[in-house]
Write a protein that binds this ligand. Structure first.
Ligand SMILES: [Zn+2]
Length: 255
């Protein structure tokens, strides 16, 4: 019987009719998590008070990176695909590889903070749904703090962003299709450390705690991470408060 990853309700007391995409379809995501009920699925796609939708915050933040990847692999031709480049907050000029903001994207601290908080929830949401989809371990009580944050807006766990210092050479063609990889073989600079999870998504490297008592292990984690990253990334990582801290257009890509 299906049991919702987020609210623990089962088919006895809620419905599971809609497909829950772990990674937004607009970024090329095609993976489905079976154990997400309809109300929880709707929650991630709906506006909350005046805050942006969690799914939208993810989609918007990574959209320019996604386009940049498609360009690097010459996946975007001329006018037909250009017409598909649509973003609510950003103006993307494919020929000039430039990105500018639309009026909806405000630099006011209130907007930035709440948009970034929604984005962070989205990253945790992708982690938990992909972990459930790939390993069936999403109900583990270690992840309760992720449920509380992403689904119920409680707490404020960190998201660390590693800014690249060296040009990034895009040799991994499969990355055109965004995936959430738990396999570190292709990413020697990512560490495996209990209590933390590092991942690369559309060229960006993040580290997030995956245990409520992460503050006990953060020093070990950062020490290990620093030696794995060498001079490829700026250290220490940024505990993001605004998505303007992320290199969303992947200026570091080398064609
Ligand atoms: Zn639910």
């Amino acid at each position: 019987m299906k049991k919702c990853l987020w609210c623990s309700k089962t088919e006895l007391n809620t419905t599971f009719l809609n497909l829950a995409h772990t990674i937004p379809e607009s970024l090329g995501g095609s993976f489905i998590c079976e154990n997400v009920c309809d109300p929880c699925n709707t929650y991630f796609g709906a506006k909350q008070n005046r805050n942006a939708e969690i799914d939208l915050a993810i989609k918007e933040t990574f959209y320019a990176s996604y386009i940049r990847f498609l360009l690097a692999f010459k996946q975007i031709g001329k006018s037909k695909e250009l017409a598909r480049v649509k973003s609510f907050y950003f103006q993307i000029n494919i020929e000039k590889l430039s990105i500018s903001t639309k009026p909806a994207f405000k630099y006011l601290p209130g907007f930035q903070q709440s948009f970034c908080r929604q984005f962070k929830k989205g990253l945790y949401k992708m982690f938990l749904e992909e972990s459930e989809r790939q390993f069936g371990n999403g109900h583990n009580s270690e992840f309760d703090f992720i449920r509380e944050f992403a689904r119920f807006d409680l707490g404020d766990p960190p998201v660390y962003y590693y800014y690249r210092l060296l040009p990034f050479i895009t040799t991994l063609k499969p990355m055109i299709k965004p995936e959430f990889s738990f396999d570190k073989r292709h990413y020697p600079y990512l560490v495996e450390e209990p209590g933390f999870f590092e991942f690369e998504f559309l060229g960006h490297v993040f580290g997030i705690p995956i245990s409520r008592s992460w503050d006990l292990v953060i020093h070990n984690y950062l020490r290990k991470s620093r030696s794995a990253k060498g001079s490829y990334f700026r250290f220490p990582p940024i505990n993001i408060r605004s998505i303007t801290e992320i290199d969303i257009f992947l200026k570091c890509i080398h064609d």
